[in-house]
Design a protein around this ligand. Sequence first.
Ligand code: HSE
Length: 284
Amino acid sequence: MKVLIPATTANLGPGFDLLGASLNIDNEIEAEFSESYSLIEEGYTEQKPFQEHLIAQIMVSFFKEFGITKPFALKTLNRIPFARGMGSSAAAIVGALLLANQMSKANLTNEDLLHRAIAIEGHPDNVAPALLGGVILTTKNKFLKLPPPQVEACLLIPEYKLETKKARAVLPKTIPLEIAVLNSAKLAQLVLALERGDGELFLESLADQLHEPYRGDLIPGFKMLRKKAEELGGKLIISGAGPALLYLKKKQAKPDAKLLAQIWSLPNEVLEVKIGANGALIAL
Ligand code: HSE
């Protein structure tokens, strides 16, 4: 049995920890019951042993919960770069839960799987769009699908890796009230922009006060590039916890992400992406 799970970009604009979108790149994971546990991984240079692999660990513990002790063989094809802010761990978690649910015939609903995925990942804004697809706003118990933004999007993906744990460690525990008000206003504006299909209003809404002011310093050159992006008429935001950067611009605008890529001091690759692609798929 095989599943395809998309990359995701979390923290869309002012939506820190609650607004994320699927992208049109996916990882594939195959699993079947077998004589012994095994793992073949393609696409990542670092290979982990079966017992230390996140997908394997999630599936083993899910099967145990549902009384299944049969070993299984795992095969992954990884196209989502690891530790870049593109939801590689969310894809692993969602893929593992979907496979384990199907293979065990536990018949948990998507909502049940999502709650489990959020508990493992610690925040919902990658796992929800990875499973459901599209742009997803997560409130405590709701997963609300919004229309995708009417903009062009490119990712600038550096070779440099940044672990989410490290990027979360620099965030403050509390924020001043006026910052909360400002961020909420921008988020409300962004949701309205999406509902109206207003690309310009969407771009204007991409202002964050909750994570970029702190994480900016973990990504050399980000603040300079963000300014340059605005001069070019677009917006540059941190994708998830970074270090990949998402460059957004009005539809039919000249795609000049390459210019930003060239002036960035970190070696990077530019990838045109579609925001709000399909969610996870089970390919039997
Ligand atoms: N909302 C999460 C964070 C996304 O910013 O830590 C991690 O990809």
